[in-house]
Design a protein around this ligand. Structure first.
Ligand code: HXC
Length: 510
């Protein structure tokens, strides 16, 4: 008997060793943890249950039959994060660069299928070079099966991808179909093909960082939703994110104990809006002051900073915050901000997370750069996303709500359930200067007349009351009571139910 037990332990040891000590050392030298060390940090202590640690590839091309490593480049299984079940796979770069073989794909597919049956999130830790070149179409087929499952699971269970090394091919396309992508700064890269192939095909000489580092994907391309200093910080932040997310689209949001009273008032909000309407202020201050314990997990912080998106809690339950940011481009909606906002709103709606929207928006950004880039289609994405929501929508207009952007930002007309305005709100087709110059064009030469017209326009339209008189705004509220009003609104809306007409799916403007 002892022999058998020893044999099992020996086989386990072999699997745990992955690609061997030299490669593990190289991994550490690059500032990266191993696949297993990452799992230890992500999951609750001792909660990891591994599947398929003895699986090997079946390839015999290019002498591969002589190079078999149990586990075949990916560690898979399930465990808990603060007691809640998650499934995961962690690519092992020390084994064939974490590349995906037919059997490696089957291990991931098993996890995806089990997660779907159990309706629990899947987290992928990526550090891998895509399809295993020696396996050819068998590897491509494996990826196809993984992709298909990513799509079937979309909107049913949360899928999170964490990029923790150089990733190419399928190891970027599968993440691209999941809900969130996070990266580690200076050690992780994402590209369809790496710098060497780029040089061969296009003659372009580019470093991995320039081609697909965290700064590229979090700030320029918008492919990634955030980045962290190192593996440890990244994994701890993933635990924090998971605490915000529902297990699936029918579970409802998780509820955590909180000491923060929902009727807490915050007098400082009464002076948040500067006297000068063109002066910026930080909308994140409002989010943090409204959320339970000021806890806000921002999504896509470095991209399209003119809109802020992220998760917080009210009365212990997750909400999605969407807010125009007056500090950046005066909070205007452009193509990037619209896409960023739309994707976040759709995630929240898919997983039944109520959305709180703070509005201070001067309109859509005009100009050729935006029009050539398809602002009409991109702006429509955000409009479409809000209009499609069936989750509770609570909107607070803090200052400007001008033009089409007023309609878009969860207005009453597109489905806002409770629409509040601060007394400082200005709800109109446009600001005073632009408006007067158009409707009183004949008076432009007459300074006094223009000043009088401007004053008249400001008095009549740059307030929340025209909208409130029509019932487009349910109430004009005191800024200091914003948290209490939102908390009450969400409590009232907790069983919101909306019937939508039967259809196969919508045709979101892509
Ligand atoms: C087999 C691979 C591999 C792969 C890396 N390795 N990628 N083995 N198949 N795809 C192996 C290397 O041979 C090496 O083995 C070890 O992993 C580490 O790789 P290095 O190149 O030494 O590391 P590094 O310099 O850090 O570069 C990492 C890399 C690069 C950027 C990922 O290896 C690379 O560009 N790989 C190819 C990427 C690629 O084009 N993949 C195919 C994509 S097609 P040894 O034994 O030396 O340690 C695809 C189709 C999916 O995925 C469909 C999409 C729609």
């Amino acid at each position: 008997m002892k022999d058998i037990l020893d044999k099992l332990e020996a086989r386990r040891e072999e699997a745990r060793a992955g690609g061997g000590q030299a490669r593990i050392d190289a991994q550490h030298k690059r500032g990266k943890l191993t696949a297993r060390e990452r799992i230890e940090l992500l999951l609750d202590k001792g909660s990891f249950e591994e599947f398929d640690m003895f699986v090997e590839h079946r390839s015999s091309e290019f002498g591969m039959e002589k190079q078999k490593i149990p586990g075949d480049g990916v560690v898979t299984g399930w465990g808990t994060v603060n007691g809640r079940t998650v499934y995961l796979f962690s690519k092992d770069f020390t084994v064939f660069g974490g590349s995906l073989s037919e059997t490696h794909a089957q291990k991931i597919i098993k996890v995806q299928d089990m997660a779907m049956k159990a309706r629990a999130p899947v987290i992928g830790l990526f550090d891998a070079g895509g399809a295993r070149i020696q396996e050819g179409v068998a590897a491509l087929g494996g990826y196809g099966e993984v992709f298909k499952r990513n799509v079937i699971a979309s909107g049913v269970i949360p899928q999170i991808s964490v990029i923790m090394g150089p990733c190419a091919g399928g190891d970027v396309y599968s993440p691209a179909m999941t809900d969130f992508i996070f990266m580690v700064r200076d050690t992780s890269y994402m590209f369809v093909t790496g710098p060497d192939v780029v040089k061969t095909v296009t003659n372009e000489v580019v470093t991995a960082e320039e081609l697909g580092g965290a700064s590229v994907h979090t700030a320029k391309s918008g492919v990634a939703d955030g980045s962290f200093e190192n593996d440890v910080e990244c994994l701890l932040q993933m635990r924090r994110l998971i605490d915000f997310l529902p297990a699936n689209n029918e579970s409802g949001v998780p509820e955590w104990p909180t000491q923060d009273e929902t009727d807490r008032i915050d007098e400082s909000l009464d002076t948040l809006i500067p006297d000068n309407p063109n002066k910026p202020y930080d909308i994140k201050e409002l989010i943090v002051k409204v959320a339970d314990e000021g806890d806000f997990f921002e999504i896509a912080q470095a991209y399209a900073k003119n809109i802020v998106t992220g998760f917080g809690r009210i009365a212990g339950k997750t909400v999605g915050f969407v807010a125009n940011q007056p500090m950046v481009l005066a909070g205007v909606l452009d193509s990037d901000a619209s896409r960023k906002g739309a994707r976040f709103v759709r995630f929240c709606d898919a997983f039944n997370i109520p959305i709180v929207t703070f509005v201070d928006v001067p309109g859509f950004l005009p100009g050729t750069a935006q029009e050539y880039n398809g602002l009409i289609k991109h702006g429509a994405k955000l409009l479409f996303a809000y209009s499609q929501c069936t989750v509770p929508l609570v909107t607070v207009i803090t200052r400007k709500a001008f033009g089409g952007a007023y309609d878009v930002m969860a207005s009453k007309h597109v489905g806002g359930d409770l629409n509040y305005a601060w007394p400082t709100a200005q709800i109109a087709v446009m600001g005073a200067k632009g408006a007067v110059e158009i409707i009183f064009r004949a008076d432009i030469g007459d300074k006094d007349k223009i000043a009088a017209r401007t004053k008249e326009y400001e008095d009549r339209f740059l307030s929340p009351f025209v909208a409130a008189e029509r019932g487009y705004i349910d109430d004009v509220i005191m800024p200091h009571s914003t948290r209490r009003r939102i908390a009450r609104a969400l409590a009232m809306l907790k069983d919101k139910h909306v019937e939508v007409p039967k259809r196969k799916h919508d045709n979101l403007p892509l």
